[in-house]
Design a protein around this ligand. Structure first.
Ligand code: NAD
Length: 506
């Protein structure tokens, strides 16, 4: 064990101390709540699947209490002037930065994501709060749409109490990406974090209240999707659901929310292509290709899990990817040297291992990896994997594996690359590497994905829209797009008293 890892484990224990041997509670109406049933579940670390702590298992009653609290808090919160909301959200961002070290260590141990990436997660979460804080004063602004005899203008107002349901990959950052714009818009929130990564959701609720957020404005209910999550999507006091997770869960949420006519925003799965043409800057492409599949353990919605390489350079380029893949350091997530940590849960490890069996059955070659990594016998460690000899129709080329598994497929020309890229159910992100300017723009138009990156990994710009097409989601986050979801747009039409008003019965 390296000295740096020992040191990080020691610092982690300092932060974990208060959770060990106690039950992580919900956060409802401004205070920790044990919950209605008293039932708990055990939170484990993917490093060895040992227990970290117990967590309150929320039920429909807990959701009801939280939703009523959010509903009651809405009237006052939406009336808080934008400038004051701005100040409060900046205070939250400051507090996140102050506790960034704690958030990074807890998140890394809870999810298995390497500390080298998680150390930025808290700061990115703070940035999300700052970005939307600055937009809070203008969130209600609209358009002036004058007509001949009437002035139309639009205004926006917050939709009400909203539900936010998040997954376990980078849970802290993702939660802030939803919660910050909701609060900036003037909505109140009930957050249901993922059951496999509960720790930092509690820390976020605590930070928000210590920073001065009024009780009920942000509530957090821990628990399982099929109980707490379902109840949230069905609750009549909840006006909208912002969901990040699997496409199938998105379908369920749409059904569950149908009776209460929920507005839904879905950020779902992906099977994103990265297309490398023979005229590309291959050194930069190589860096991005390996980073965008193996970083964050491949448990990343925007991961470029399908590598499409022009046939003329396929052998050479794939050999270089293989060399990189082989050298990636798998290890304990708190070791600063670790590039790939353990997968979140034994069930998820089984799913990924099962795709290796499928790859073998389908006739693909396991060029690198394809097996558990020898780090800790009880942990969920898995080797970065490169599959070659793949056909576009294989399940490994169609389905989201959500692990460090890259499927390589050759193509002849631009037309075939686009055909293969679009031939999946998903449409979240598309990456292309080429020096041909016209082709770059043609790909931007032709690829069926909500986000296209040309000659780049997934560089994020907060005002830009984030979201997917097809089975990858509906709606966009980022900048003003987020406010469109969390707010109602109203049109006010005022006459200049110059037009003739139609009359009856005169
Ligand atoms: P998941 O769908 O299993 O769970 C996500 C959340 O939904 C959890 O909090 C879970 O408890 C809850 N849930 C489950 N069933 C529910 C139900 N019936 N009603 C209400 N809530 C329910 O997803 P996961 O395995 O936690 O996360 C991985 C998935 O998330 C991948 O598919 C990944 O691509 C996707 N993801 C997408 C984005 C994006 O921006 N598009 C970002 C991150 C992750």
């Amino acid at each position: 064990m390296s000295e740096a890892l020992q040191e990080n484990l020691k610092r982690l224990e300092g932060f974990l101390e208060r959770f060990r041997g106690s039950t992580l509670e919900h956060f409802i109406d401004g205070k920790p709540e044990r919950g209605d049933s008293g039932n708990t579940f055990t939170n484990t670390t993917p490093t060895d699947n040992g227990p970290i702590n117990e967590v309150a298992a929320g039920n429909a009653h807990d959701i009801d209490t939280a939703a009523k609290s959010a509903r009651a808090a809405f009237a006052d919160w939406q009336a808080v002037p934008g400038a004051e909301r701005r100040k409060l959200l900046h205070n939250i961002a400051d507090a996140i930065v102050q506790r960034a070290d704690e958030i990074a260590l807890l998140e890394s141990f809870d999810t298995g994501q390497p500390l080298r990436f998680m150390s930025q997660a808290a700061n990115r979460g703070a940035e999300n709060f700052r970005f939307f804080a600055d937009r809070a004063p203008g969130a209600r602004s609209g358009l002036a749409l004058p007509a001949e005899a009437h002035l139309n203008y639009t205004i926006r107002q917050p939709i009400g109490a909203v539900g936010v349901i998040t997954p376990w990959n980078t849970p802290f950052m993702l939660s802030t990406w939803k919660i910050a714009p909701a609060l900036a818009a003037g909505c109140t929130v009930v957050h249901k974090p993922a059951e496999w990564s509960p720790l930092t959701a509690y820390v976020l609720a605590e930070i928000c209240h210590e920073a001065g957020l009024p009780p009920g404005v942000l509530n957090s209910v821990q628990g399982f999707g099929e109980s707490a999550g379902k109840a949230l999507t069905e609750h009549p006091d909840i006006s909208a659901i912002a969901f990040v997770g699997e496409s199938h869960t998105g379908s369920l949420i749409m059904q569950q929310g149908a009776m209460t006519l929920k507005r839904v925003h879905f950020e779902l799965g992906g099977k994103n292509p990265v297309i490398v043409f023979d005229d590309a800057d291959l050194d930069r492409a190589l860096d991005a290709v390996t980073f965008m599949i193996y970083s964050l353990n491949g448990e990343r919605c925007t991961s470029s899990s399908r590598l499409l390489v022009q046939a003329s350079i396929y052998d050479e380029f794939v050999a270089r990817v293989a060399e990189r893949t082989r050298r990636i350091k798998v290890g304990h997530p708190l070791d600063p040297a670790t590039e790939v940590g353990p997968l979140i849960h034994p069930r998820h490890l089984d799913k990924v291992l099962n795709y290796i069996k499928i790859a073998e059955r389908e006739g693909a070659d396991i060029a690198i990896g394809g097996a558990r990594a020898d780090v800790h016998a009880d942990g969920n460690y898995f080797l970065p994997t490169l599959l070659t000899g793949c056909e576009r129709t294989m399940r490994i080329a169609q389905e989201e594996i959500f692990g460090p598994v890259l499927t390589a497929i050759p193509f002849q020309d631009e037309r075939e690359a686009i055909d293969i890229a679009n031939d999946v159910a998903y449409g979240l992100a598309g990456y292309a590497w080429t020096r041909d300017l016209g082709r770059a723009h043609r790909l931007g138009r032709a690829l069926d994905a909500g986000m296209i990156w040309i000659n780049s990994e997934n560089n994020r710009h907060l005002p830009a829209p984030f979201g997917g097409m097809k089975a990858s989601g509906m709606g966009r986050d980022g900048g003003d797009y987020s406010f469109d979801f969390y707010m109602e747009t109203k049109n006010v039409c005022v006459a200049y008293d110059t037009h003739s008003v139609p009359s009856m019965g005169k």
